[in-house]
Design a protein around this ligand. Structure first.
Ligand SMILES: NC(=O)c1ccc[n+]([C@@H]2O[C@H](COP(=O)([O-])OP(=O)(O)OC[C@H]3O[C@@H](n4cnc5c(N)ncnc54)[C@H](O)[C@@H]3O)[C@@H](O)[C@H]2O)c1
Length: 287
């Protein structure tokens, strides 16, 4: 099977990265979100990513903004993905948002089409249960920025078939990505661990043990991490981190996943990280 056109549901932080990766590798995308404003922002983000590729990567294909535009269709109508070969879903990390999307998608997409569920923490078996094709649903946990990250966590749901995993691996081969395949549990491997880090860093900040700069510097300078936990949370989006912690807390009923009140307060204040220009750190020029 060739990947000519892929449906991308949700054009936020990660969805824009997915579209960038697809168009860079010559695959067309039908991009669905809930408003024209969001879609316009997503288009601008993709074009900006495409322009910056020569500065940030030696290996990614070079594509002109004009060619990128030819490979994207933006729509608020989910019906428009009916002709797509594969679907990558990246809507808000909230079961009450994702469930109706899958129910509708299941009615729109031909029976044989596979769904890649891009989620931080929601179990893939749960997502698949909202469809009549659980064997065709596979979990994808893409890293941010999607087009610059060569490795992806792939999650097998309870019913995910070998054929579905093979289809996804062929897509990732086209995108030049290595997949690490794991079993299904809330948060999988990466986020079950990394969200503890980020949340505890927020508690350390809340307790005035150190400034945000100091906390991140310790991780970068002492541990050699590329980014500190608070910078990572800002990159992901504090709303997504908060929702993911809530999913982990609800799933395991373990207090170690309770979301730090300071993190929740920043979300309610509208400081979501890089995407709003301010989170634990300030990002002048990104507001
Ligand atoms: N941010 C990250 O680093 C990251 C990494 C891996 C996975 N994820 C997962 O990817 C998903 C998206 O995360 P994000 O950071 O891009 O969030 P985001 O809030 O930036 O974007 C979510 C998008 O989904 C759209 N949406 C909501 N309801 C919709 C609907 N019914 N139909 C179509 N679009 C709809 C929203 O309008 C928004 O544009 C989440 O499940 C998240 O856990 C995020």
């Amino acid at each position: 099977m060739q990947f000519k056109q892929i449906g991308v549901l949700g054009a936020g932080n990660i969805g824009s990265g997915v579209v960038t990766d697809l168009v860079l590798h010559g695959i067309s995308a039908v991009v669905v979100d809930i408003s024209q404003d969001i879609l316009k922002r997503a288009q601008a983000a993709v074009l900006n990513n495409v322009r910056c590729v020569p500065l940030l990567s030696k290996t990614l294909p070079r594509v002109t903004p004009e060619d990128a535009l030819q490979r994207m269709v933006f729509t608020t109508d989910l019906q428009d993905v009916a002709s797509c070969d594969f679907i990558i879903e990246n809507v808000t990390e909230d079961w009450h948002v994702k469930k109706p999307v899958y129910e509708q998608l299941d009615r729109v997409a031909p029976r044989e089409v596979c769904f890649g569920a891009n989620t931080s923490c929601i179990p893939i078996t749960q997502i698949a249960s909202a469809t009549g094709r659980p064997a065709n649903v596979v979990g994808i946990h893409l890293m941010n920025p999607v087009h610059l990250k060569p490795t992806v966590e792939v999650i097998r749901g309870f019913h995910t078939s070998d054929g579905t995993v093979d289809t996804l691996l062929r897509l990732f081969a086209v995108l030049g990505k290595e997949a690490i395949i794991v079993q299904d549990m809330p948060g999988f491997v990466s986020n079950r661990i990394s969200h503890l880090f980020m949340n505890e860093a927020a508690f350390v900040l809340q307790d005035n043990v150190a400034t945000a700069e100091q906390i991140d510097s310790i991780f970068k300078k002492c541990f050699g991490h590329k980014m500190g936990p608070l910078e990572t949370a800002d990159l992901i989006g504090l709303d997504t981190v908060m929702r993911s912690l809530d999913v982990l807390y609800e799933s395991f009923r373990d207090p170690k996943y309770r979301c730090c009140p300071l993190l929740r307060k920043l979300v309610h204040a509208g400081h979501l990280g890089r995407k709003t220009g301010r989170g634990f750190h300030a990002y002048p020029g990104l507001e």
